[in-house]
Write a protein that binds this ligand. Sequence first.
Ligand code: RIB
Length: 296
Amino acid sequence: MAVYNFGSINIDHIYSVEHFVEPGETLSSSHYKQVLGGKGANQSIACARANCQVFHIGSVNKKDIHYLEYLEGTGVNCDLVTQTEETASGHAIIQVTAEGENAIVLYTGANHTLTSAQIQGALEQAYANDWVLLQNETNKIEEIINTAHAKGLKIAFNPAPMTNNIKALDITKIDLLFVNEIEAMQLTQTQNIASARLALTNSYPSTKVVMTMGKAGAVFLHQNESIDVAGKQVDVVDTTAAGDTFTGYFLANYCDTNDVKLALEHATAAAALCVTKSGAAPSIPNAQEVALFINS
Ligand code: RIB
């Protein structure tokens, strides 16, 4: 089993701030660094670090080749990533407070240059039991879903960041949907979590839903079934990529074992470890660290 992840590759510019910048304010940051990020790349890395075979499909600017090399170094197959000279790589301006909260401005750049040929080419090499994974930081989301569905491949979708066009997608084609509480309410156009849970299970009975709830943990929902896992208490440094780490770890463990409880445990532990470190890609733990943390 392999995962084909159609996902963003971003350069994250991270600024440590006392508080998020206000309208009209000029704010100095106490620390700055650049690291690999992007919901797509982060989720690919989490899958790979959870020992799953993952092919990443995306695009970066040629001058940022070292970020691609970093991604490959984590065990992600990048043969299907294209390099462009015309468009800047996707990037994110991230403010992180001392409490570890973040605020992000995105520039899509090369992440929005996926072509139909690239999608077809990647999916032609997939086998029947492989999974397609996608988020909402690339173009051609609907086409990827439709093509993968027509080929009978299983689809995992994390509609983040949520935008209006997501509401028009046929979610019944999704096998595994990853949402946080806000995304769940936005997608179902409901006003509270209880209504969102009901709407998700009633509207998409064939879709398995994993809803993350930050510090409170996560819940797996499918028809009348619901499996909860509590969050792990850790000292928070930076919450960036926690959701991506959760998604990658859940998918890798679930595909491997079909055991929801085990996948939730590993994903929650991996996300907890992720928030104890600064940055996106560099904060994603490996399977050994996660196992040690679970047993500690
Ligand atoms: O989910 C975290 C990611 O969101 C960051 O790495 C940033 O690049 C944005 O895509």
